[in-house]
Write a protein that binds this ligand. Structure first.
Ligand SMILES: Nc1nc2c(ncn2[C@@H]2O[C@H](COP(=O)(O)OP(=O)(O)OP(=O)(O)O)[C@@H](O)[C@H]2O)c(=O)[nH]1
Ligand SMILES: [Mg+2]
Length: 424
């Protein structure tokens, strides 16, 4: 781009944009999408005007009812006199735009349509699933004075994590009747959800879905301390059930967590939130790249800097000649949690020392969780403790301690004289 074409701050943060002029907003977004304006140019120019919008991320599997939920939320939010922008990332079906636009037309009858701005964006294969420009588009809408910016994306894995970086409040839409095969998806989703919405609550199975989610939250609560308690709310866009409750939870989360979180997360340097997110992304990636653990049925249900929890439902293939769970399975479960927790900071092991004790037998049908936590980490050593518990009664099945002899910054084992010499 030549010097002449670099837009000035005044051109970017123009009075028309700041006043919310729709054509100015649309034109600026198009220029960002065409790559005529870089993210950093835009963010620098808009910086003084950012952080006022409440950014609401809505994710969930394809067809989960996200757009219909946005449509229902719009009705409730417009009724409060708020101005709302919707960014639909990679809408997978025309209903996304169609439903919302249809709604806008109806809202128009009530004279309020001018308070809604809707834009679809393509992710263009950016690895995270959310387009790189989506964050800047959110900035533009924030600067343009929208009270709420809703970002809808299909939660197909990594994109959920991108939303984590963008949104102040994350709603995950879960339709009833998905079954056990999405357990892993749910686990990843649980990690990012601030509010869990069971969508299509007018259909059968929604109570079971809500119960499943509450069970998983219970595990998470046992493993992670946090002030915000993730609510599970059944809602139907069709009947209107639960929509007011959902808005109430969104408001409560805003009061608890605040707005403009993406701006802190993107601030120069690694703040703790950023590194926690990085650790989560890294660990979930490692867990997904572990075919051995996957072949055993082990899934990662919680992860962060220095900790990881993995879970396994015992089946006949895990049982030994005594009719109880094979010790090797328990070891694999504990060792998987240990490996993930210790690699959450990046690869660091030059040698490993691990010890396991077995307290109680487990049986087919039991659900086991192994939670690894970092006890200490110095330049040379990192020590982890893993507790394996049975889900039904929280009984201790096994405990495991693992010591990692760390690599130094040059990739050599930190000189201590201790530890084994092989490189992991
Ligand atoms: N019964 C019932 N059906 C619903 C409800 N909400 C959405 N649906 C239906 O579910 C289907 C998918 O809804 P969408 O809102 O397009 O789902 P989505 O998650 O946005 O879908 P994608 O953007 O394509 O991933 C549509 O046929 C909707 O009519 C609801 O509350 N009750
Ligand atoms: Mg949609």
């Amino acid at each position: 781009m030549s010097d002449r074409s670099v837009p000035t701050v005044r051109q970017l943060a123009s009075p028309e944009l700041l006043a919310g002029d729709r054509r100015t907003i649309a034109r600026l977004i198009s220029r960002i999408e065409r790559g005529e304006i870089t993210a950093s140019q835009c963010q620098t120019a808009l910086a003084p005007h950012l952080g006022r919008a409440h950014v609401l991320g809505i994710t969930g599997s394809p067809g989960a009812g996200k757009s219909t939920l946005v449509h229902a939320l719009l009705g409730a939010l417009l009724a409060r006199g708020q101005r709302i922008a919707v960014v639909a990332v990679d809408p997978s079906s025309p209903i996304t735009g169609g439903a919302v636009l249809g709604d806008r037309v109806r809202m128009g009858d009530h004279g309020t349509h001018a308070d809604v701005f809707i834009r679809s964006v393509a992710s263009r294969g950016h690895t995270g699933g959310l387009s790189r420009s989506t964050g800047v588009i959110v900035d533009v809408l924030d600067a343009a004075g929208f009270d709420i910016v809703i970002v809808e994306t299909v939660g197909a894995g990594q994109s959920e994590i991108e939303i984590l970086r963008l949104a102040d409040t994350r709603i995950v839409a879960n339709p009833p009747g998905l079954g056990d095969d999405v357990q892993a998806i749910k686990a990843g989703i649980l990690e990012i959800a601030d509010v869990l919405a069971v969508t299509k609550a007018d259909l059968p199975g929604s109570e079971n879905a809500a119960r499943d989610l509450k069970d998983m939250l219970h595990l998470r609560a046992a493993a992670a301390a946090g002030s915000w308690q993730v609510p599970v709310v059944c809602c139907s866009a069709r009947t209107g059930e639960g929509i007011a409750a959902l808005v109430g939870h969104v408001d409560a989360h805003l009061a608890s967590a605040g707005r403009g979180q993406r701006l802190t997360a993107w601030a120069a340097g690694a703040d703790t939130q950023q590194s926690a997110q990085d650790a989560f992304v890294r660990v979930m990636g490692l867990a997904a790249a572990d075919p051995f653990a996957a072949s055993m049925g082990i899934t990662c249900t919680l992860a962060g800097a220095g900790h990881a929890t993995v879970s396994l439902t015992l089946g006949p293939q895990h049982i030994n000649f005594n009719g109880t769970c094979h010790g090797g399975v328990i070891f694999t479960l504990a060792d998987t949690a240990f490996g993930l927790a210790s690699n959450s900071h990046g690869v660091q092991a030059a040698g490993i020392d691990a010890h396991i004790t077995y307290q109680r037998a487990a049986r087919s049908g039991d659900v086991l969780h192994a939670r690894a936590t970092e006890v200490s980490r110095s330049r040379r050593l990192a020590v982890y403790r893993v507790d394996v518990v049975r889900d039904s009664d929280r009984a201790a099945i096994s405990s495991f301690t693992g010591t990692v002899f760390r690599l130094d910054d040059e990739g050599q084992q930190a000189s201590s004289g201790a530890g084994r010499q092989e490189t992991m």
